[in-house]
Design a binder for this molecule. Structure first.
Ligand code: PLP
Length: 304
């Protein structure tokens, strides 16, 4: 998105660079537009909105988003403590592989709403705490997604065998409350591909939750990954058609949830720095900035 004039004039007055600059009124309007799309009458029965804090967990950003989201997804003990302190009443979901026992205990102490379980071993460790815990099982489903910028297979979530193991374990541990399935399978998809993915997740998850786990009012979290096109920043994800499509896929009694990160915040933040030099070396042009690649690690690594 082009930098709005009020941000540009602010940046011109900045004494020290580099800086990350956020347009909070712009972010508020964008979050409200997403919320309105999800709550439109034509999308009745559509999804709840969680914000994936890893996209940007700065406290002022969380406070701007708070009125427009149903909860926050966090994926480390540090994020958990920070988000709980910033938004004491927000519903929180704890995702991501590599949770320590200490972090799991902390999550229950801090009244986390859902834990997204990544493996049978993790579920055993949660069960061993012998405390009430609301969980979703994170599924790693073999759905090819062409056009995805990033596919979340590999170590993320569980295959069908591991999910079976978890279903059995849950049934023997009454203090564990299984609510449904979580599946964040790809990122960088536009609305039609995201809807196709969501429909395949639901086609698998709903019968499994009903027949295997006896859950009559299941929750399904279909993840984030809504496209942010870095080469065409004025082309926004089509939240309205996505919300309407999801609503039409969701049978009564099913609670659907999404957890986008970047598509919520990316358009209202900028990395601002000075160009110190532009040089040509052996036919290639290099722009030398004040700053280092650790300031823009993801775009550098992913070649955005
Ligand atoms: C990264 C991540 C998200 C958010 O992804 P975006 O591409 O920023 O929307 C949501 N859920 C999980 C589990 C993630 O790892």
């Amino acid at each position: 998105m082009k930098m709005p004039p009020h941000v540009l004039s602010y940046v011109r007055r900045l004494g020290r660079l580099p800086a990350y600059v956020y347009d909070l009124p712009g972010l508020r309007a964008h979050a409200e537009a997403i919320r309105n799309a999800l709550r439109a009458p034509s999308a009745a029965g559509g999804p709840e909105l969680y914000y994936a804090a890893k996209a940007n967990a700065d406290a002022p950003i969380l406070r701007v988003l708070d009125p427009f989201v149903d909860g926050i997804e966090i994926s480390s003990g540090g994020e958990l403590v920070h988000v709980r302190r910033t938004l004491p009443h927000a519903r929180l979901a704890f995702g991501g592989p590599g949770k320590t026992d200490q972090e799991l205990r902390l999550a229950l102490d801090l009244n986390i709403d859902r834990i997204h379980v990544e493996s049978p071993h993790e579920l055993h460790r949660i069960a061993a705490l012998e405390r009430p815990a609301g969980i979703l099982l994170r599924a790693n489903l073999p759905f090819a997604t062409s056009g995805a910028a990033l596919s979340m297979s590999g170590p993320f979530g569980m295959d069908e065998d591991a999910l079976e193991t978890c279903a059995k374990l849950v049934s023997e541990r009454p203090w564990l409350r299984l609510h449904g399935i979580h599946a964040h399978l790809a990122s960088g998809l536009h609305a039609p591909a995201m809807l196709d993915l969501a429909s395949r997740i639901l086609d698998w998850a709903l019968p499994w939750l009903r027949d295997r786990c006896g859950i009559t009012e299941p929750e399904v979290n279909v993840g984030g990954g809504m496209a942010v096109d870095y080469t065409a920043p004025d082309t926004l994800f089509d939240w309205r058609s996505y919300a309407e499509g999801l609503a039409s896929l969701t049978p009564p009694g099913v609670r659907l949830r999404i957890e986008p990160g970047r598509a919520v915040t990316a358009y209202h933040g900028w990395y601002v720095t000075d160009v110190l030099d532009v040089k040509n070396t052996r036919g290639d042009t290099y722009v030398v900035l004040r700053g280092g690649t650790h300031h823009l690690r993801t775009p550098v690594t992913k070649g955005h």
